[in-house]
Design a protein around this ligand. Sequence first.
Ligand SMILES: C[S@@+](CC[C@H](N)C(=O)[O-])C[C@H]1O[C@@H](n2cnc3c(N)ncnc32)[C@H](O)[C@@H]1O
Length: 310
Amino acid sequence: MRITDPEIDTETENTTETETDTEGDAAVEGDAGADAVRPDPAPLAPGWVPPELDTTRAHSARIYEYLLGGMHYFDVDREAAETALRHIPQARAMVHENRAFLARAIRLLAESGLTQFLDLGSGLPGTGNIGEVARAVHPQARIVLVDYDPMVAVHARALVADGEPEHTAVVLADVRRPAEVLADPELRRVLDLDRPVAVVMSALLHFISPEEGPHAIVREYLAAVPPGSALVLTHVTDGGHPVQAEAARQAWGRTTAQMYVRTDDEIRALFDGTEIVAPGLVPRPLWRPDGEVRGDWEEIWGLGGVGIKR
Ligand SMILES: C[S@@+](CC[C@H](N)C(=O)[O-])C[C@H]1O[C@@H](n2cnc3c(N)ncnc32)[C@H](O)[C@@H]1O
């Protein structure tokens, strides 16, 4: 596939850091403090907390939601996020920059002709989710959202019901089992795996341990799609501050998923079999920025990149 010039036309602005109200109980629908900063105006489905959800343990989807300034999290998620913020005060900026990178990457691929997107570990759908970005370019873009968190599935399904059910699927599954995910009938209904697909693994693989084989997992997804498909990947690093990173990692250790920081070389290896498009695997604010790059980009620990399957 042909990737267009970095100076592509852009309508979407970089998301900027948002102040979040940290007072009060678990943020639920109608929580006025959180409502004030809620970035996602989409209506929620009734019963947005599935009965099987363990609300006593923090979960990465909701910690991320809290850091983004959303409202769908519980006390345990806020506490875990606040602990992480004590060690890494720029954690909010990091998640916003992750979302902004994702939007730029998806827009680039859509503008380059890709119309199918497989979002693995999709997270709670907020404003600027990949479906919105892709459909701004291709209204009929096909999107499959995969996550193992039941609350993500409830929200994502509400969004689907509201939007483009024919061209969207939500799969509640564990991405560590690629064969099952790829055989899912809903995924197959929406995606034609004989045509190029953007496989998106954004802020996902740092929840997969070395023993679980992230490299092999990525390979299995890429093996299922034809050349010209893309891999969109972001991953945290320790930013050159191993002590702070370890403290934050331990805060996450009490959640439902451990976090595994990887080196630049280990992250680069996840792109094996692809050609990484310019400007390469770089800190996310430096990846084809829409405007001026934030001065403190070095504080945004982690890398992002897009590879095209050969
Ligand atoms: C930090 S959020 C990232 C959300 C989104 N990809 C983004 O970048 O904005 C990580 C998401 O990955 C999901 N996740 C983590 N491990 C997973 C697994 N093994 N299978 C499916 N989903 C997983 C979590 O539930 C969460 O929604």
